[in-house]
Design a protein around this ligand. Structure first.
Ligand code: ADP
Ligand code: ZN
Length: 428
């Protein structure tokens, strides 16, 4: 069962042909914007079309700073043809603005609907969209896709935990869209109200918008009694609907009819070797108002070489390992917050939240890891907690090669966010 059988089952060769044709169209179209007209001229790319998909490497990269500086100079059409704008959540500085024509909005909704349909959402499902509505793309992006698919869509928005639970009960919600760290926080509100999420009608959750581990997914699946699917996107490439897990839950299919993917070494910018982790670089293939060439996402992942058992020719990427700008350098060692999460959540005593604090003492980096421990374990005697603390510190050292100071804290005491989780406080 496919949302778009033609595109989802296109033989690989045809898919690559389609990509090349769309890449050529995109370069032509991008050249109509003041920003790319100049960029392409500088790079010596003129009317002569690209001959093969590898030729994409002749095109210049585009970065977040480029988008910030260029603003509406990225547009290929007059503002009268633009019907919406979004801004990236500004996780790493001033937000970037993305403009959409009516066709861009429709094409985006179609990709989201395709993604949701792939995992089994159908008309008749009740879809509770617990992402921020507004400038963030996660809310409206999924909203339009879910409506197009024909699910009953509840625009719940972010936060307001008690109300979220009431909505699930009142309308028999079957499918959630939720930020994974928030899904774990929400469990405390469920517990306070004496409600077991497994006894509601929930059967599926889409989790995305922030890096998370397999451990996190399993915890959400178990606590909510759902299948949880990883959903990846970024405003620069519409928003959600760029790459999505299929029922195999093993890697995310990139919708390659809409996005041309490269994985590059973030330092040399040369292609990463097969299966090697690198920075994801996307070229939009169908966007009209604001096509983007070779966008450097700063997201790190690897490309799966093997085809997926589900039969879709769209290649898969691993889950995101981190962002290049998330990387911490502690005592000269490179560390991603996700590595810390993997170690912590592997222990049943560890609760929903953790925070990494970096300070400098006597010119030395010190890493503090504050970990919430579940209520029932916190009541254990002091020796038990000391042992746990020691075990966590050892496990972290084995993974990171740096010995952190571990501090155990009571559940729900660390700062929480209704949007993307903030895991690191770098006070150096
Ligand atoms: P910002 O870059 O300001 O956070 P966006 O709202 O566009 O703005 O967020 C896109 C980013 O969110 C991606 O580049 C990625 O870092 C992160 N992200 C989105 N979905 C996922 C996911 N499923 N797994 C890991 N990271 C994700
Ligand atoms: Zn698949």
């Amino acid at each position: 069962m496919y949302w778009d059988a033609t595109i989802e089952t296109l033989p690989d060769e045809r898919l690559r042909e389609l990509q090349l044709q769309r890449l050529q169209d995109t370069v032509r179209r991008a050249g109509q914007s003041p920003f790319y007209r100049q960029r392409l001229a500088q790079a010596g790319i003129n009317a002569e079309p690209l001959q093969s998909l590898e030729d994409v490497r002749r095109l210049p990269f585009t970065t977040k700073d480029d988008l910030r500086a260029a603003g509406p100079d990225m547009l290929t059409c007059p503002l009268t043809e633009i019907v919406r704008l979004h801004a990236s959540s500004g996780t790493t500085g001033q937000a970037t603005v993305i403009y959409y024509t009516r066709r861009d909005i429709a094409a985006w909704a179609d990709l989201v609907a395709r993604s949701m349909f792939m995992t089994g959402v159908r008309p008749g499902d009740v879809f509770q969209n617990m992402m921020g509505y507004g400038l963030f793309t996660g809310g409206l992006g999924f909203h339009y896709g879910a409506e197009l698919l024909g699910a009953l869509t509840i625009p719940a928005g972010a936060g307001n935990s008690l109300r979220q639970i009431q909505l699930m009960q009142q309308f028999g919600t079957t499918v959630l869209h939720i930020i994974p760290s928030y899904a774990l926080y929400l469990l405390a509100t469920f517990a306070q109200g004496g409600v077991d999420p497994r006894e509601l009608h929930l059967r599926m959750a889409f989790i995305g918008a922030e890096p998370h581990t397999e451990e996190m997914r399993r915890r959400i699946e178990e606590a909510y009694g759902v299948k949880a699917y990883n959903s990846y996107g970024l405003s620069e490439m519409n928003g959600p609907g760029v790459a999505f897990e299929c029922p195999e839950q093993n890697g995310l299919h990139v919708w390659e009819d809409a996005f041309l993917l490269e994985v590059v070494d973030p330092v040399t910018l040369e292609p990463a070797g097969p299966g090697e982790t690198g920075e994801l670089v996307f070229t939009s293939l169908t966007r009209q108002g604001m096509p983007i060439l070779r966008y450097r996402t700063r997201d790190l992942a690897s490309l799966y070489p093997e085809p997926c058992p589900c039969g879709r020719p769209h290649r898969r990427i691993s889950r995101i390992q981190g962002r290049t700008d998330d990387m911490l350098v502690v005592k000269g060692v490179n560390i991603f917050p996700i590595q810390i999460e993997r170690v912590l959540l592997a222990r049943p005593e560890v609760d929903a939240n953790y925070l990494v604090e970096l300070t400098r003492e006597n010119y030395n980096d010190v890493m503090h890891v504050k970990v919430e421990v579940k209520e029932e374990f916190f009541q254990e005697d002091l020796r038990y907690l000391q042992r746990l603390q020691k075990r966590l510190a050892e496990a972290l050292r084995n993974e990171l090669l740096v010995t952190p100071k571990v501090e155990l804290v009571e559940p729900n005491t660390l700062p929480r966010s209704e949007g993307k989780a903030v895991r690191v406080a770098d006070k150096r």
